[in-house]
Design a binder for this molecule. Structure first.
Ligand code: PLP
Length: 412
């Protein structure tokens, strides 16, 4: 018989006792989600201001996405790529046309999509650019976050991601983010096959580079025959007010990496998009995934992206993001506890006026939760605030009221 959980305490106890301790969650036990709301096992309702790290841009359990999921689940879920299926080609065509690329490669997690992009970039480097075997370099930037695999953390500068997980994969050079000068030098190395960046660094604390950085990066890549590898796993799918954050500067990546909201949060779906010259360097048997491109994921991805377009979620993110930052700027005039708000669209963060090691941001998030809003610090004193993009103007004001009330009570 399958047991059921009867209290929040019990759920927390079970996770502590039987689960790996690789996360440090807020003490809230959730059991239901709908749109911008989550409910805990005691029946308390919260606004979700994390959106599963931007995987539920379309809102929790979006009825259209759930319908696509259940209808396809009754027909066929997985065949492996040993055979064709009647859904994958449709999803590939849809996503290529949506983002303007010739080929798509579906995977599952964001980390896997980044791994796939690394392999594509390296193989392109050897077979097209003529880099001597095993000498390809990918230029990454400080404070990046691309996932948790051993190769990906080899390019990380975060000690908690790296410590005691070595030895690391060679072939990465790390430069400053948001610094065009360093790119000119680094990308002139003829062994560089790709530049690997996030258009806004989400996990690092929502660092938005200066206007023009992405365009300059694209130009320097072109000038040096280097692929631009853009990780839009967190920033993509309307989060920042455009379908892609790169669209704000009219930048087109050579390798576009997507995940999270590709499924609206109902299952892990990720993808790399590229043109033939890059994607076709990988031949049968050289890369793959049992679940990547399965019919269930294929049906979901089309519906999840259709929802984003039909419900004008990018426009909503732009408009409500401005209201949100205006409200936070007004709050900063009333208290010194919040020292900065930054972001684009509905990917924002507030920086708390305390040391990175302090507990203030964590305690403030506990207070938000008490007042009905869920958010979590990204790094020390930075709180990311990223609701589902289906939030309304009235709701965003209500949430700003909760944040304001909590911050001001905290200040006293
Ligand atoms: N890349 C970026 C920019 C991310 O924000 C994340 C997750 O937060 C990842 C990659 C990793 O995705 P996943 O956790 O699905 O492997």
């Amino acid at each position: 018989m399958v047991e059921s959980i009867t209290s929040g305490h019990e759920a927390i106890h079970l996770e502590e006792k039987y689960g790996a301790h690789n996360y440090h969650p807020l003490p809230v036990v959730l059991c239901k989600g709908e749109g911008v709301f989550l409910w805990d096992v005691e029946g308390k309702r919260y606004y979700d201001f994390l959106s599963a790290y931007s995987a539920v841009n379309q809102g929790h359990c979006h009825p259209r996405i759930i319908r696509a999921l259940t209808e396809q689940a009754k027909e066929l879920t997985l065949t492996s790529r040993a055979f064709y299926n009647d859904k994958l080609g449709l999803a590939e065509k849809y996503i290529c046309e949506t983002f303007g690329y010739q080929k798509a490669l579906f995977m599952n997690s964001g980390a896997e999509a980044n791994e796939s992009a690394i392999k594509l970039a390296r193989k392109w480097g050897y077979t097209k650019k003529g880099i001597p075997e095993n000498q390809a370099v990918i230029v990454a930037v400080k404070q990046n976050f691309h996932g948790r695999t051993t190769t990906i953390i080899s390019a990380s500068t975060d000690s908690s991601a790296k410590n005691h997980f070595g030895p690391f994969m060679p072939g990465f050079e790390i430069v400053n983010y948001d610094d065009v000068k360093v790119l000119e030098k680094a990308l002139s190395n003829p062994n560089v096959c790709a530049l690997w960046i996030e258009p806004i660094q989400g996990e690092a604390g929502v660092f938005v580079p200066h206007d023009g950085y992405l365009k300059s990066a694209e130009k320097i890549c072109r000038a040096n025959n280097v692929l631009l590898m853009m990780d839009e796993i967190q920033t993509g799918i309307a989060r920042t007010g455009k379908m892609l954050a790169s669209d704000h500067e009219g930048v087109r990546a050579d390798l576009l990496i997507l995940g999270k909201a590709l499924s609206g949060g109902v299952m892990p779906i990720s993808c790399v998009l590229a043109d033939d010259e890059v994607m076709l360097v990988i031949k049968p048997g050289e890369h793959g995934s049992t679940f990547g491109g399965n019919p269930l994921a294929s049906a979901i991805v089309i519906e999840a992206l259709e929802v984003v377009k039909d419900e004008h979620l990018a426009e909503n993110a732009t408009r409500l993001g401005e209201i949100f930052r205006d409200r936070m700027n007004a709050l900063m005039k009333k208290t010194s506890l919040v020292k900065l708000v930054r972001g684009k669209g509905l990917l924002n963060a507030i920086v708390i006026n305390d040391t990175e090691e302090s507990e203030t941001a964590w305690n403030l998030c506990l207070s938000f939760a008490k007042n009905g809003l869920l958010a979590k610090p990204t790094h020390g004193n930075i709180i990311r605030l990223a609701p589902p993009l289906v939030i309304t103007e009235e709701q965003i004001h209500e949430c700003c009221d909760v944040i304001e009330r909590s911050v001001l009570a905290f200040t006293k």
